[in-house]
Structures are given as C-alpha cells and as structure tokens.
Write a protein that binds this ligand. Sequence first.
Ligand code: FE2
Length: 213
Amino acid sequence: MQNPAAASHFDEKLLDLSTSIDQFEGYAHAHALSIALIADAVAKQFNLAPHDRFFMQQAALVHDIGEMVMERDYIKAHRNLTDAERVDLQRHPVIGEQETARRGFSRAVQLLVRWHHEWWNGSGYPDAIEGAQIPLAARILRLSDSYASITVDRSWRPALSAVDAKQFLVDWAGIEFDPEVVRAFLAVDESVYSPTAPAETETAIEYNTNEAQ
Ligand SMILES: [Fe+2]
C-alpha cells in the first residue's frame, strides 16, 4: 500500500475491498486510495464537513465496485473499448450503487458511487445531472478520479506528467469538471497527495471515523 499512514485511518475490510477493485481493474498500486487522498485535500479547501469527507472517501475507495461486479473480460483487456463495450461499461455506477447498498454502505456513499461519472455540463452518466445538481463531493470525485487515472501508466496509454494532467483539468473545466473544484485542486500543494510523500499525507485525513458509524 503506497500510503500506509493514510491507509491506517480506514477500516481494514474496506481497504481489502478497495484493493480487490484496484486489482480487478489492473492497477498495480493503491489507485482508489490515491483518489481518496486527492479528494480529501480538495474537500478541505471547501471546508466540507467531516462526515461528508468521510462518506466521500468511502465512496472513493469503492467507486468502481460496479465494474468488479460486472466482471467483463474487456475491462481487463487493456485496450481501447468498442462503442458497445463503452455503453455496457456505463452501467457500472448504477450497479455500484446497488452493490454498495447490498453491502450496507450509507445512502450518501451509494449516491456518490452512482454519480462519480456525472459531468459539470450535464453530459455525464447515468443521470446526466449538471452543475450544482451534482453534489460537491461527487464533483470532487470526478476530478480526483480523472487526475489519479491520467497520471499513471496504463498498457494502452502512457501517464501524463503532473503539469500536463493539470492542464487537462483546466482545459475541461466547465465541461467535465466544476471550475471551482479545478481551482481548489490547483491550490492544493502536490505533496499532500503525492505518493512519493507519504509522511505529508498523514495530515490529509484527520476526521473522527466514529462519528460516521
Ligand atoms: Fe468509474
């Protein structure tokens, strides 16, 4: 696990589940945990309440659980998807919502999983909600998921540098991403969520987990 200090704040069963999802998707590192760290750093910029940050991080850890439940071979194929596969894959947020409900996650987590692919301009899925209709935590997850994804190498495309990835977020602000969330992310010191600086990540998550149980 790349951020042991941060990981220690999470329930072990939840981390195991998150690791299973990462492995199913072919990530060799703790991808979902990276998303949780980025999301929390951004949420702090908005003074998001501790319980909202807690639910958002739980959702980050299991956001693609629907993909694991669907168990499609093409997810592991490590290539660009066909149109039909892309449409099929777009079912994963709703299946993820159902799976998190089945596993007893809170309704807040279920809905964040459902909405982690909604776009600021309304062209996301599954509900095509837009702007402030999308909960702030889901808007933060969209950006965090994108940034964490494009900055790692995948077999079908190389990683973007941090500079290029940030430019991507800026280019898509107002389209895919909430411009205010992009602004908040750019204001966060990279060391807070960088996997090469685990010591600094310890302070990124300081909520009291007891209050959300
Ligand atoms: Fe997803």
